[in-house]
Design a protein around this ligand. Structure first.
Ligand code: PLP
Length: 392
């Protein structure tokens, strides 16, 4: 049996007619950049996210970049984020020439640790140089970060919040949708995301009209009216071909997220039955080789990734074994941002963020996509069981 990490061809097969006819319409009307299809998708995403405004941009990375620019974050400013994320979160802070302050994650959700956040902010406030302007919590793997304490400290210290919701469109926290809690929320439509286009794409959501207007200008070179520029922006727009693909897929998004979540529950059940994982306190010392992903109550997890932790330093060996058995897996992320060569100038070193460092050595994503069958999952579980039998 072959079990890929993700099967976008299987998804396309189920929606082929709708997708093809939508693409044909755009090709017929020939309005490729922005236009009515993009506006329509923006309205739908705003309503889906329960925000007032949505602005389509060229990618999730650009959504972060334009959000930082809209908040006027630049040289000399500081921005807090987590070191355990896709590169773009840190890269965009660097690209606006602000200084990155990292805060470690929680070992259960892999999201930024609010208690550490407070410490970092207080330390930063004692320093004279640089104004702490924003925090970018990442809703990693499809589960929102613990937003209540983040919002509290952000208010107290007058720091803006940009949610990196690239992996979490449709996730919820106490009834709030991902992207709707902070000042701005950023989505990515990279093809492998839960709502993926047929190329790059992204969107910013916000309830703040002046920020929405600013982002709209930033995506077309800061243009106020035709060829009149208030400030320097970018060429960063969503195109109509992406918008119509995304409009078709948006209808199915909740159904797909539900399937992902059911698949996650099925893995959990099987791993516990097979004594490969343990449910309860102190999973770390349970004697079982795996730690299952943790879904916090009252947070709707959309399982962009089903990421297990593999103990005893066996992650890479397990990944190789699964690859030999034609099971696709991935490591998100093998090297935390503070240890990346390009960020050495920030002065962080190994040991500074022990949780992120440990998780990066243990984490392994298994296939969880909606079209996955229980039979395929059983095969994955059986192979993992076989691996640990051989190892013990
Ligand atoms: C995918 C992703 C991005 C960037 O999105 P692109 O559309 O690939 O530019 C940013 N942050 C996180 C956490 C992501 O997963």
């Amino acid at each position: 049996m072959q079990v890929p990490l993700l099967d976008l061809k299987a998804q396309y097969k189920n929606i082929k007619d709708e997708i093809n006819s939508s693409l044909t319409e755009v090709v017929e009307h020939q309005r490729f950049i922005l236009g009515p299809d993009v506006e329509d998708l923006e309205k739908r995403i705003a309503s889906y996210s329960r925000t007032k405004f949505a602005i389509g941009v060229a990618s999730g990375s650009d959504a972060l970049l334009l959000s930082l620019r809209a908040l006027e974050v630049g040289y000399g400013d500081k921005v807090i984020t987590s070191p355990f994320t896709f590169f773009a979160t840190g890269g965009t802070i660097h690209n606006v020439r602000a200084k990155i302050l990292f805060v470690d994650i929680k070992p259960d959700t892999f999201n930024i640790n609010p208690e550490r956040l407070l410490g970092c902010i207080e330390k930063s406030h004692k320093q004279i140089n640089g104004k702490l302007k924003a925090i970018i919590p990442i809703h990693l793997f499809g589960q929102m970060a613990d937003m209540d304490p983040i919002v509290d400290v952000a208010k107290k210290y007058e720091i803006k919040i940009i949610e990196d919701a690239a992996q979490s469109i449709g996730a919820e926290y106490n009834g709030y949708k991902a992207g709707s809690v902070g000042d701005l929320g950023c989505f990515s439509f990279y093809p492998s995301k839960n709502l993926g286009g047929y190329g790059d794409g992204g969107m910013i959501v916000t309830n703040d009209e002046s920020l929405a207007n600013k982002v709209r200008m930033l995506r077309t070179h800061g243009e106020k009216s035709k060829y009149i520029h208030s400030f320097v922006g970018y060429n960063s727009r969503l195109d109509a071909l992406q918008a119509v693909v995304l409009r078709v897929k948006l209808k199915y998004l909740d159904e797909w997220s539900k399937k992902r979540s059911e698949n996650a529950q099925y893995y959990n059940k099987r791993f516990i039955e097979e004594k490969l994982a343990f449910k309860g306190d102190d999973e770390e010392n349970s004697g079982c080789p795996l730690i299952l992903p943790f879904a916090v109550k009252k947070r709707k997890h959309i399982y962009h990734q089903y990421a297990i932790r593999v103990k005893r330093g066996l992650r890479d060996a397990l990944q190789n074994f699964l690859r030999d058995n034609e099971i696709g897996t991935a490591v998100y992320y093998p090297l935390p941002l503070h240890l990346q060569e390009c960020f050495q100038y920030l002065g962080y070193k190994r040991g500074d963020f022990p949780v992120a460092e440990k998780i990066s050595e243990e984490i392994l994503s298994l296939p969880v996509y909606p079209e996955l069958t229980h039979k395929m999952q059983d095969y994955v579980v059986d192979k993992i069981k076989e691996f640990f039998k051989k190892e013990s």
